[in-house]
Ligand binder design. Structure first.
Ligand code: PLP
Length: 448
């Protein structure tokens, strides 16, 4: 069976990377729950450790169950290869550490998941890696932020928590001009709604904890390499790939692995040395969820349309931050690049004081107060106090997050039940808001 099709087809999400093996031919991917593997002989062990022969040596750097997940995600995105990690956070960290070293520099979107901002502004700062943040809607700001030490651009295809989009091909053109790869976190979109490699990205990262698994039962992450970025065109920028290394027997990774070198470095150095490896059991859980990805994403999208239809005209709602809302500044980008919608994670602002946030959230019943997204269950969070609480007030303002911003991840329940839940939780605010504001509320998003 051919399992290498690049499209996000229902077939790929079920079959890519796996062929049942004799003698039992199990139809689901077996959980190879083993820390290590017996080498066929001493000579093979030597060659495998020298990275001259493929094979599994130790589960920290590779495992047959994890490998199926890697191949499946790579196939869904049209990448040449993928690396699975224990969490999405590890995927972002490993993807960037393989590109940027101490004394070097990154340009990143000002509208990112808060954990990524923590990584960039705190841990990477400790490592001596500098980061400039740029508004994803202002491509000129990205060009202006480039320095001789810049080694990557980072953005989210759909930003968390405001569902922010950007003109990715335009950003990719600036990255090409700067001679650096564009790394895109595609967690909220998934390959069903958007395949960044087809829009100019070079590397894609995921928190597979979210929609790829879909059940909220296991953490996981992935780095997908498009295999297109030519690191050899800038040998001085990436000596880790283009210069002989003692670690690799005096060879250069680029000469040995060509366009596969980036992921070999990520696996053989960063996964090996830091150890954020995905457990085979969690990989199997993500694989199970992945089989229904396109169906789930479609249903999440349907429910989101219903919920947004309700919220967008509600007197207790000041703004709904989702590109499908009429008048949203990125509606045109959504129409051009996201024909199947811009996902089911978005935010809205209450037309009430910040003191109303807690009582509103506590009135919700079906929407669970959870620091996660992409689950079958509908979830609510308060970014200013939760996911984005460590941002400075200035960073939160740049991210468009107010004290009254509420994030929703719309689940797979009956849409009418979700609307009813929001309705009863907003009702006590609606009267007061109507009195204060008078008329119907129109979209007042903060994105440029
Ligand atoms: C866009 C995005 N990227 C990365 C992460 C980190 O993923 P994980 O929680 O699996 O470490 C998250 C988590 O919420 C996220 O929303």
């Amino acid at each position: 069976m051919s399992t290498g099709d690049a499209g996000c087809t229902a077939t790929t999400q079920i079959h890519a990377g796996y062929e049942p093996q004799a003698p039992y031919r199990p139809v689901t991917v077996p959980v190879h729950q083993s820390a290590a593997y017996e080498f066929p002989d001493y000579a093979s062990a030597r060659r495998m450790f020298a990275l001259k022969e493929p094979g599994f040596t130790y589960t920290r750097t590779g495992n047959p169950t994890v490998a199926v997940l890697e191949q499946r995600i790579a196939a869904l995105d049209g990448g040449v290869a993928a690396l699975a990690t224990a969490t999405g956070q590890a995927a972002v960290a490993v993807a960037l550490l393989a590109l940027v070293r101490g004394g070097e520099h990154l340009v990143a979107s000002s509208k990112l998941y808060g954990g990524t901002v923590d990584l960039l502004t705190d841990t990477f700062a400790d490592f001596g890696i500098e980061v400039s943040f740029a508004d994803p809607a202002d491509t000129g700001a990205w060009a202006a932020a480039v320095r001789p030490q810049t080694r990557a651009f980072l953005t989210e295809s759909i930003g968390n928590p405001l569902a922010t989009l950007q003109d990715l091909p335009a950003l990719a053109a600036i990255a090409r001009e700067a001679g650096v790869p564009l790394v895109v976190d595609n967690t909220l979109a998934t390959p069903v709604l958007y395949r960044p490699l087809e829009h100019g990205a070079d590397i894609v990262v995921y928190s597979a904890t979210k929609f790829l698994g879909g059940h909220g039962a296991a953490l996981a992450g992935a780095v997908v390499d498009g295999g297109r970025f030519d690191f050899s065109a800038y040998p001085d920028k990436w000596p880790q790939l283009t210069r002989p290394k003692r670690r690799y027997g005096g060879d250069t990774l680029w000469e040995r692995h060509g366009h596969g070198a980036y992921l070999v470095l990520a696996r053989s150095k960063y996964l090996h040395d830091l150890g954020p490896s995905l457990s085979p059991f969690n990989a199997a859980q993500i694989l199970q969820g992945l089989e229904t990805l396109d169906i789930r994403v479609a249903r999440h999208g349907q429910n989101t349309r219903e919920v947004i239809g309700f919220l967008a005209g509600h007197p207790a709602v000041a703004a709904v931050h989702h590109p499908s809302v009429p008048g949203h500044p990125q509606a045109g980008l959504a129409d051009r690049d996201f024909p199947d919608g811009t996902g089911s994670v978005f935010s809205f602002d209450l037309a009430a004081g910040p003191e109303q946030v807690g009582p509103f959230i506590d009135r919700l019943g079906l929407f669970k107060l959870v620091a996660n997204v992409g689950d079958t269950r509908s979830l609510v969070a308060h970014p200013a106090a939760m996911t984005h609480c460590r941002l400075t007030p200035g960073q939160r303002a740049a991210a468009g997050i107010a004290e009254t911003t509420i994030r929703l991840s719309v689940g797979l329940e009956a849409a009418a039940d979700l609307v009813a839940d929001l309705d009863q939780a907003l009702a006590p605010l609606a009267g007061a808001a109507l009195q204060a504001a008078g008329a119907a509320v129109v979209y007042a998003g903060t994105e440029a």
